[in-house]
Design a binder for this molecule. Structure first.
Ligand SMILES: Cc1ncc(COP(=O)(O)O)c(C=O)c1O
Length: 425
């Protein structure tokens, strides 16, 4: 049984997450003294007795209430696995969450979570723009299961959410408010606390409206949605958490009660993260703060360079928000740093943006983000291609927009590359 009460303090000092990423939730004596947790490449686990097996299944299938302090014993790697549990425990530290469920992709985390709580007839209200895959799930897939989905503009915040709910009396059927903030790819911010208030106000004794936040862009270092009233936080761990563009994974965090429900659905959807995936992310978490801090610093240099470049019309970067700008107050309340994502619009349109992308030498032309290498892509025709052009415009996604995920290279080299690409174009 894995130790859920691993130490988090030295005397009365609370040890910070980055200091615990190498050790928390694992003891070398469990694995022949191995400093690092091994990969438990096993599909199933041997019970010490038939009674133990019966006990484990009673808990796993919710056949009886768990005793205080009782955790789920190791059964089968579609339900749990030691490496996965260590990963989940470590991830809770950054968001100060009670519990975490890890998945084999960000989309698995999103789909499993929303389908854990929404039923036919319920309404899901979500901020736009949003990652293209999530948009597809919400617009095309959920309605086929009888779940109504309604979008509201991220930049419009609480007022826009209220308006979307008032239309056609959706408020009484509201099941979940779903935010992606900052929004992919425009960096538009949504006020989490204000939306939490709307969700609370719309909740009744027999229908609790949950607020779910995709924290992939700034988390888990620079934004902590649970602290602002969110019920659940979602991640594509593929991005900053894994950080090396070599693994796909996701996570959902929140209260034990809610995450247990997500884990139950995960068991039967089979969307759990495997032992290898879990191990790779555990390894990455050790350098998470180093990487994200370097990416944040590099992004600041790049954003400044882009803002001063004559071929660049507009830069969407959280670090440039000023008093009076939409999102400025939200940024100050909610975010701890501008992070490492920048979108910018070049003079011209798609043709000019493509010329810049094709001319890049060091920065790779690829979707995804949060990796050690800098990546550039064209949201309108790539990550958000499924959204009709007129809707893209409404959301602020223009043909001349390039999204940049800033890596850990030397900032001067990245600037030199952008400069030569902008000149070529
Ligand atoms: C903000 C955001 N959420 C979720 C996802 C989906 O994650 P995954 O690709 O790990 O399934 C992505 C992928 O790009 C994303 O950018």
């Amino acid at each position: 049984m894995w130790d859920k009460n691993a130490k988090r303090t030295i005397g009365d000092r609370q040890v910070r997450p980055e200091s615990l990423m190498m050790s928390y939730g694992y003891r070398p004596e469990w694995s022949e003294g191995a400093l690092k947790p091994p990969i438990f490449q096993t599909s199933t686990f041997v019970f010490e007795s038939a009674e133990e097996g019966k006990n484990f299944f009673e808990v796993a299938y919710g056949l009886r209430e768990q005793e205080p302090g009782e955790t789920l014993g190791l059964i089968y790697s579609r339900l749990n696995n030691p490496g996965l549990e260590i990963l989940e425990d470590r991830l809770t530290l950054w968001d100060d969450a009670e519990a975490c469920a890890a998945f084999e992709s960000g989309m698995a985390a999103i789909s499993t979570t929303v389908l854990s709580f929404l039923r036919p007839g319920r309404v899901l209200a979500f901020s736009e723009p949003i990652y293209g895959g999530t948009e597809y799930l919400f617009h095309r897939v959920l309605p086929e299961f009888g779940i109504e989905t309604v979008a509201f503009p991220a930049a419009g915040g609480r007022a826009a959410l209220e308006e979307a709910l008032d239309a056609e009396g959706r408020r009484d059927r509201l099941g979940m408010v779903y935010l992606e903030t900052p929004a992919n790819p425009t960096n538009a911010l949504v006020d989490i606390a204000a939306c939490a208030q709307v969700a609370d106000d719309a909740s009744t004794d027999d229908r609790r409206v949950l607020l779910t936040v995709d924290n992939t862009f700034l988390g888990p270092l620079w934004q902590h949605p649970l602290g602002h009233g969110a019920d659940l936080v979602l991640y594509s761990l593929t991005k900053y958490a894994a950080g090396h563009s070599d693994v796909i994974a996701g996570a959902c965090l929140g209260s034990r009660e809610l995450v247990d429900r997500v884990k139950e659905t995960r068991t039967f959807f089979g969307s759990i993260a495997g032992p290898w995936t879990s191990w790779l992310i555990l390894r990455s978490l050790e350098t998470l703060k180093l990487r994200m801090t370097c990416q944040m610093k590099n992004a600041r240099h790049l954003a400044e360079f882009l803002a001063g470049h004559p071929a660049v019309e507009r830069v969407h970067y959280l670090g440039h928000l000023e008093e009076g700008d939409p999102g400025h107050q939200t940024y100050r309340r909610q975010c701890l740093s501008p992070g490492g994502m920048i979108s910018f619009e070049v003079s011209g349109g798609e043709e000019e943006a493509f010329r810049v992308l094709n001319a890049l030498e060091l920065i790779q032309l690829a979707v995804s983000l949060g990796g050690t290498e800098s990546l550039a892509e064209h949201p309108a025709t790539m990550t958000h291609a499924d959204i009709p052009p007129e809707d893209q415009r409404r959301m602020g996604i223009t043909p001349s927009m390039i999204r940049l995920s800033v890596g850990v290279e030397h900032p001067d080299d990245l600037i030199a590359d952008l400069d030569q690409a902008l000149r070529t174009a």
